[in-house]
Design a protein around this ligand. Sequence first.
Ligand code: AMP
Length: 213
Amino acid sequence: MNIIVLGAPGAGKGTQAARIVEAFGIPHISTGDLLRAAVQAGTELGKAAASYMDDGQLVPDDLVIGLVRERLSQSDTETGFILDGFPRNTAQAVALDTQLALLDKDIDHVLAIEVDPDLIVARISSRRSCPACGRITTAAEGAVCALCGATLVQRVDDREETVRTRLAVYAEQTEPLLDYYTRCGVLSVIDGDRSVDEVWADVRAALDDGGKS
Ligand code: AMP
């Protein structure tokens, strides 16, 4: 099953994607995670991407499209994948369609998780990440990662003013994809302003619904 998870930053895409991985055993491809790994490793891609990310702007399409193209050519995607954070604009969606056509694949489901933007700023600014194991948690957990003991940090792009930029970029560039995927007949809109379990129940129902194929 080939799935895209759409939603503003902080909508809970990563949390629901983790549940899909558990339920369906398909890989989670998060362009944000891939880009952060490249930044941390100091690769050419990481160096080119870092300033865009810190400012809450989109990294140029050619860099991200190349990254996804390479990831989708790996054998673990043969039975399916979850794309999280990609595509982010119409050019990326068109490039993805082209790449999938070459691989004789299709998107089965697009899940759009919708959350009230006013709640997102509060949600993200309390978010903390573990620089060692990548775990995402909240400031309420304390200063250290419960899994590996490393000191938790706030991502630069999770600061309030950057979150507001990221929300504006989402509204302007990513939201038009809802129409794009509605026209493709694969879109399910999910109310994300509820508990993780309630959102998951709707995600599961949408995925069990058959999609396009
Ligand atoms: P995320 O973790 O998905 O919110 O992504 C964090 C940051 O990585 C974004 O604010 C962008 O700067 C960059 N990024 C992630 N995915 C993309 C993409 N598909 N296109 C352009 N930039 C991206």
